[in-house]
Design a protein around this ligand. Sequence first.
Ligand code: ADP
Ligand code: MG
Length: 465
Amino acid sequence: MNTGEVKKIWEEIKKELKLQVPASTFEPWISPLEAVSFEDNHFTLISGEAFGIEYIKRTQYKTILEAFKKYFNREIIVNIEFNQEYSDKIKKEKQKLERKLQKEYKEEEEHKKAIDNLSYVKSLNINLRYRFDNFVEDTNNKIAKAAAEAVAKNPIAAYNPLYIQGDSGLGKTHLMQAIGHYVTMNSDLKVQCIKTEDFINDYVNSTAFVPNKNTTSAMNKFRNKYRNVDILLIDDIQFIENKKKCIDELFQTFDTLHHSNKQIVLTSDKLPKDLPEIPKRLRTRFEQGLVVEIKPPEYATRVQILKNFAEEKGVENVPQEVFEYIAKYYKDNVRELEGAFTKVNAYSDIEETPITLEYAKKVLKCEENTSKPTIEKVIEKVAEFYDLSSNDITSSSRVQNISYARSIISYIAREKLQTSYEAIAKALNKRHQTITYSVDKMKKEIKTNKNLNSELNKLLKILSL
Ligand code: ADP
Ligand code: MG
């Protein structure tokens, strides 16, 4: 009889045995038996387990013989033999199964660890959306992105500190938090991610006098929080300007971390040299590592950012021309670019209207918004107001009334039109630093100078702002 037939018979007899023998014996000892031959009334089964053979012969042999007899209608001699080859095969299969289970267990553990890590990342005030993989790269941000990635993959060894500068809404926080996200997910390094305001508030609370408060212990707690870390990420460091005591504390924190080879990452809307209120000793430390700048993204990048954003939000069927329309009008700030899309999407939800180009135009009214004066228009009108020409304004003259008019123009462009410092500097033919300085000065002066306020109001009226 050929082996195929023999095996079939055994399968049939096994079905019968399964009904007769308790599962605790059948599964481990009878089920794995393999039928190999049936000759001269001798039916041969092999097993890879010597102990199993003993056990079956002792406890189930009779039952097995009965089952064979029932099947063949006569007495059959059943041999159960130990087979080394079969034993090795089973062993190998067992090992394979064990390895597979181990792998599955490991994968499950890793998955669990990843989820734990993610909630840990969240507990560090890191926005899970801010990652390298969804940061759209272009010529204007690629150095900043590359530097941030280098720091994340190789803290301290790359650049320390890393200082990321850019106007509002260009992805500084995104890149900084992406570093924190990456490091937390891929290493055991301890990350502290904070806004400068939180650092200031923490400092003020730790040093504030409260009766019965143990100030030393509060201060130790504060220092432990910021100094006992491997990577300190501080967002919007420009807000520390004018906070003298905080600056001293930050200076100490900075030196402690730097000396013990810990990584520091800072972001700011100004370059270190454009933070005149911060003492030089701290500014030079900011510049000690690498300073990278982010400029507004190009049109194609803006379209891509919007597409990704819509996909992330699960908004489908948005015509390409809608992305293009929004990208065309929102140039200087990605937060506003995304905000414009969010607005269109929210309106379309509420009014249950599909998003089309016409609908986006109706909601955003970008064409009307562009009737806002351009920087050139502001230069022209302000020059006129002070009896000057546009050429005076863009000249290199430092005559006081011309400088004054320039400051007013810079202030209006920056604060009322949200023009980037970069664009203002270009239009006025001046350096970025000069513009940030004069806008800051204007902001302070406006608080106290009544004449300036009334001139400004008149100008804003002329410009319909
Ligand atoms: P900043 O800190 O410079 O003011 P953010 O990092 O808060 O700006 O970025 C504002 C918004 O724009 C965030 O939602 C961020 O994810 C998004 N964003 C900015 N630049 C990019 C980019 N290149 N790719 C994808 N999203 C971006
Ligand atoms: Mg930010």
